[in-house]
Design a protein around this ligand. Sequence first.
Ligand code: ATP
Ligand code: MG
Length: 260
Amino acid sequence: MSDSLPVELICATGLTKEYPRPGGAARVVDDVSFSIRRGETLGLVGESGSGKSTVARMILRLIEPTSGSVRFAGQDVLAASRHDLRLLRRRMQIVFQDPYAALNPRMSVRQILAEPFAIHKQRPEGGLEARLNEMLTTVGLDAAALTRYPHQFSGGQRQRINIARALALRPEFLVLDEPVSALDVLVGAQVVNLLRDLQRDHGLTYLFISHSMPLVRYLCDRVAVMQKGRLVEIGDVLDICEHPSESYTQELIAATPQLP
Ligand SMILES: Nc1ncnc2c1ncn2[C@@H]1O[C@H](COP(=O)(O)OP(=O)(O)OP(=O)(O)O)[C@@H](O)[C@H]1O
Ligand SMILES: [Mg+2]
């Protein structure tokens, strides 16, 4: 590995995903290329079914692309051996939309937060108990949460638990797949502010998938716009919000109400 860090943490090139369908394959992601710089938040927007989650999952190699390449810190993710992929998985995490579905209802918060250390056979520096407390504090929850179960928390608190778990192994990159879409506006705004603070404090790099242009404008440095599997526009978030060059992007901006 080289000593000099490339500016780009993520480089996706020509990402394509086809699913077999009677009468020919359906191409749900078509030749998508972009990069994400270290410490940056790239927004990914587009109507439902445009392929946003599929792109995110291919970057993390949760699903295999039909073609294309992904580099993480210069390393070829799709060519990585099982061993290298395990190491990469510590460095990139995903937070999903539905904070309840993502948490096993039979596991206490302690078990949920300790699981990544068990899976990756890691012993946190300073001990597990101290680290679990620290993880909860980081997301604005009290250590008393450890003995409780997911159903005992509100939606916003559950999403904080998901975020805490995602941060367990101190990743560099988080995919946030509509992390606040299931929450009401005020609670969602608090979680977005938490994400913003976490990025500032830990130098995280984000791919933030959202339907809300105002949220993307608030949180993101750049935004990529997807339509029917293709990336139709990418650039500085303020430039694109003020001067969208695609009529489709204009429609997306017009379709979402402004934040108060
Ligand atoms: N396993 C699969 N098999 C077949 N088609 C799939 C599969 N997964 C996704 N698709 C299709 O791929 C397209 C893109 O889906 P994807 O979930 O990436 O969209 P999205 O932009 O994330 O949408 P949303 O905003 O609703 O989350 C959709 O038409 C979807 O039906
Ligand atoms: Mg999706």
